[in-house]
Design a protein around this ligand. Structure first.
Ligand code: SIN
Ligand code: NI
Length: 258
């Protein structure tokens, strides 16, 4: 495997700011392959556990979400379990081994598009540990016109706050004692197709609406350190699996990838 040339400075930067942009994590061939599959499956119907945004028209104005595609689409699997990408995640997380929590394809459709409200990811997940991180790969160039991601540097140090309702968003900032939005200055991160960002699950992040006439396609893989414990709280990914609370998430559904 050809490793991505991740530097010690980039690892420090990620740990300091809670996010990092990395250029060219996919080769041009990989990018065209993944983009073609993503475009093809955009309108493919899946069962409800995959197509989690279906029947929620307001949610789909923020993004259309297809979850755990690696389990149902052979052609997506190699990207979700990609050793070069997983190795970057393992190094950034500083973990001995990492597992996949889930992947998803997040598409901001053109038209009546809504911003992704500022939020942390960790409060939505049935995990009692931290250290999870999301890789967000742009499948076309992104900037503030079509919903590139923005991050609040250093916000991962504030710890887990209450989850924000993305459809009916509240302002995240008052959840932090004594703070208002004035205290937080986000950085928006335009990317070229095939570049990605990684962000810590506690980092405040969001995205603007897609104001262009083309869909904004992003392929996201969420990794967690090996040993992350399941709390038993309900979540679409663990629904129906009868997993024991208090035990690590492990096995074939959460494989070690790096
Ligand atoms: C987005 O793609 O708009 C948001 C992704 C995220 O919340 O991680
Ligand atoms: Ni998020």
């Amino acid at each position: 495997m050809q490793s991505y040339p991740l530097t010690e400075d980039q690892i420090r930067d990620y740990q300091e700011n809670g996010f990092i942009a990395l250029p060219g994590v996919l080769t041009p061939d990989e990018l065209s392959e993944l983009r073609a599959i993503a475009e093809e499956i955009l309108d493919t119907p899946y069962e409800a556990r995959v197509e989690t945004s279906r029947n929620n028209a307001e949610y789909e104005k923020i993004f259309v979400q297809k979850v755990n595609l690696w389990q149902v689409e052979e052609r997506i699997r190699k990207f979700s379990l990609h050793p070069r990408l997983a190795e970057i995640a393992r190094k950034l997380a500083g973990a001995e081994h990492i597992r996949i929590w889930h992947d998803h394809l997040l598409t901001k459709k053109p038209g009546d598009s809504k911003p992704t409200a500022w939020h942390q990811d960790r409060p939505y997940w049935p995990h009692n540990d931290t250290g999870q991180l999301s890789m967000w790969i742009a499948l076309q160039d992104v900037d503030t016109r079509n919903g590139c991601m923005g991050f609040v540097p250093g916000s991962h140090r504030l710890g887990p706050l209450d989850p924000v309702n993305l459809v009916n968003p509240q302002d995240l900032y008052p959840h932090v004692e004594g703070k208002t939005s004035e205290d937080f200055q986000p950085v928006f991160v335009p990317l070229k197709a095939g570049d990605c960002t990684f962000h810590n699950a506690l980092t405040f992040h969001g995205a603007g609406a897609n104001t262009t006439d083309q869909p904004r396609l992003a392929f996201v893989v969420i990794y967690m350190p090996d040993g992350t414990l399941f709390t038993g709280s309900p979540h679409v990914v663990t629904e129906g699996l009868n997993l024991p609370a208090g035990e690590p998430l492990s096995g074939d559904l959460f494989p070690i990838v790096g």
